[in-house]
Design a protein around this ligand. Structure first.
Ligand SMILES: Cc1cc2nc3c(=O)[nH]c(=O)nc-3n(C[C@H](O)[C@H](O)[C@H](O)COP(=O)(O)O)c2cc1C
Length: 188
């Protein structure tokens, strides 16, 4: 195999959602894909709250930051949580709960893309208020809200976000983040 997998290449953090609900079995598959992720000692520290019911959705969208106004139009949210004490905590700041939850979210995003969905992770929300709104125990960290739905028209987006919907992907050169055999700084 010489190509990067299609859903990985196609996935983008898009913002134009259709309000049509996502079938519950599709959301279940998306979360089940995340739950297949590897984790340190198989601790499976991730927790997901799948939010589709109107009242709960309002409680989540009320805590999104202003720049994430577009999330209000989406039919579903997956709130990603983890507690550091539920996973390996090793020397040199290696707290694996966040890492393992991140792997799980990676799989979730790829499954969602393969299902024809947009799944857009956001960190722009008020974590304490969000947790309170969903009855989450204090020891859990609200890591991300994944805004999920089918692609729709971009009419509710700002000009800037409308442009981003179709803009080229921005990445540093792979050579600046991946090194052969030893650490390298940009100037070495
Ligand atoms: C942890 C995390 C937090 C993010 N938070 C936000 C956010 O609050 N608002 C937003 O519009 N996009 C957010 N994004 C999306 C990124 O901006 C986006 O993934 C990045 O610009 C790369 O674009 P691409 O995913 O289309 O390749 C977040 C992504 C991640 C992984």
């Amino acid at each position: 195999m010489s190509e990067i997998l299609d859903p990985i290449v196609r996935r983008r953090a898009r913002r134009a959602f259709e309000q049509r609900p996502v079938p519950p079995e599709t959301l279940k598959r998306v979360v089940s894909a995340a739950h297949l992720a590897p984790s340190c000692s198989n601790n499976q520290p991730w927790r997901f709250i799948v939010v589709t019911e109107d009242d709960a959705k309002h409680r989540v969208s009320a805590e999104l930051s202003g720049g994430n106004y577009w999330g209000v139009n989406a039919p579903a949210y997956v709130v990603v949580l983890a507690s550091l004490d539920d996973d390996c905590r090793l020397d040199d700041r290696r707290d694996y709960a966040l890492f393992d939850a991140g792997i799980a979210v990676g799989l979730l995003l790829i499954q969602a893309e393969a299902e024809g969905l947009i799944a857009h992770p956001v960190a722009g929300f008020k974590p304490a208020e969000l947790k309170a709104a969903l009855g989450v125990p204090d020891e859990y960290i609200a890591i991300a809200v994944i805004v999920v739905g089918f692609p729709g028209a971009d009419v509710n987006l700002t000009e800037k976000h409308r442009t981003l919907e179709t803009s080229a992907r921005v990445r540093k050169p792979v050579s600046s983040v991946s090194f052969a055999d030893r650490w390298r700084n940009d100037d070495t």
